[in-house]
Design a protein around this ligand. Structure first.
Ligand SMILES: Nc1ncnc2c1ncn2[C@@H]1O[C@H](COP(=O)(O)OP(=O)(O)OP(=O)(O)O)[C@@H](O)[C@H]1O
Ligand SMILES: [Mg+2]
Length: 241
C-alpha cells in the first residue's frame, strides 16, 4: 500500500467571501506545501487581495475552509491566525509611521515558526542594508521602496512559517524592485514558504514553484512556472489587460 501523501502546509477549500451583498470569491481552492513559493495571479479586481484577507481572517469566509499545518483556521480572529505562523506584507504596507525603522522591526518580533529563530535584525539588515542605514529614521521619512523593505522585514521578524506578500513590488522603482526580487529568491532558497501576489510574472517565475490564476473569484488555471511559460494562452486569456 502506498503511504498517504503528507498534507500541504496550507489548504484552501471552497472559499467564498462577500462585501455586503456583493459576492467576490466563489469557491477558491489551492494548496501550498512547506518550502513552496506559490503565486496568486489575475487581473485587477479578480479577488487576489480578498483571498489573502479571507485566509488572514480580515474578511469573513461565507463558506469553505482554510487549514494550516493541520489546524482549521476558518473563523479565527486575525491575531490568532498570525500567531499560527502566517505573516502578511499587506498591499499598501501599513508600517507604523511614527516609530523608527528599528522600532517597527522589533515591535511585533516573534518566533512563530518555532525552533531557532531564523530571521532577526541581523538578517533583515543584511537583506536590506538601506534599512540599517536608516534604522533611526521614522517610518514616515522613508521612500516607498524603503517602506516596502520595512514591511517585508517586519513580517520576517515574526518568523512566519508562511510569508504572504500582496503586491510585492507595486509602484516601486526598477532598482528597488530588483533588490526585493533578489531577497525573495534568497528566502525561497533558504526554505521559506511564500504566497505572493504581483504583476511581474517574469520575476515571479524566477523563484515560484506554482501559479494559481484567479478570475472573477474562481481558480481558472494552476501550473508550474515551466507550464506557464509553455502555455502562451494563459497570459493572453487571464493576465493581459
Ligand atoms: N472593501 C471592499 N468593499 C467592497 N468591495 C470590495 C472591497 N474590496 C474589494 N472589493 C471588490 O471585490 C472585488 C475583488 O477585489 P480584490 O481587491 O480582492 O481584487 P484584486 O485581485 O486584489 O485586485 P488588484 O489587482 O486591483 O489588487 C473587486 O470587484 C473589488 O471592487
Ligand atoms: Mg489586490
Amino acid at each position: 500500500m502506498m503511504a498517504a501523501p503528507a498534507a500541504p502546509m496550507l489548504t484552501v477549500e471552497g472559499l467564498e467571501a462577500a462585501y455586503g451583498d456583493s459576492q467576490v470569491l466563489f469557491g477558491i481552492e489551492f494548496g501550498l506545501d512547506a518550502g513552496e513559493a506559490v503565486t496568486l495571479l489575475g487581473r485587477n479586481g479578480m479577488g487576489k487581495t480578498t483571498t489573502i484577507h479571507t485566509i488572514m481572517g480580515l474578511v469573513p469566509a461565507r463558506a469553505g475552509r482554510v487549514s494550516f499545518a493541520g489546524s482549521d483556521l476558518t473563523g479565527r480572529p486575525p491575531y490568532r491566525i498570525a500567531q499560527a505562523g502566517l505573516g502578511l506584507v499587506p498591499e499598501g504596507r501599513q508600517i507604523f509611521p511614527t516609530l523608527s525603522v528599528e522600532e517597527n522591526l522589533v515591535a511585533t518580533a516573534a518566533n512563530r515558526a518555532g525552533g531557532a529563530p531564523r530571521w532577526t535584525l541581523k538578517e533583515v539588515y543584511g537583506f536590506f542594508p538601506r534599512l540599517a542605514e536608516r534604522r533611526a529614521n521614522s517610518g514616515k521619512q522613508l521612500s516607498g521602496g524603503e517602506q516596502q523593505m520595512l514591511a517585508i522585514g517586519r513580517a520576517l521578524m515574526t518568523n512566519p512559517s508562511l510569508l504572504i506578500l500582496d503586491e510585492a513590488t507595486e509602484g516601486l522603482a526598477p532598482l528597488i524592485r530588483e533588490e526585493i526580487w533578489q531577497v525573495l529568491v534568497t528566502l525561497k532558497g533558504e526554505g521559506q514558504s511564500i504566497l505572493i501576489v504581483d504583476k511581474n510574472i517574469d520575476a515571479l517565475s524566477r523563484f515560484a514553484d506554482r501559479h494559481v490564476v484567479i478570475e472573477k473569484g474562481k481558480v481558472v488555471w494552476t501550473g508550474t512556472s515551466a507550464e506557464l511559460a509553455a502555455d502562451g494562452t494563459v497570459k493572453q486569456r487571464f493576465l493581459s489587460v
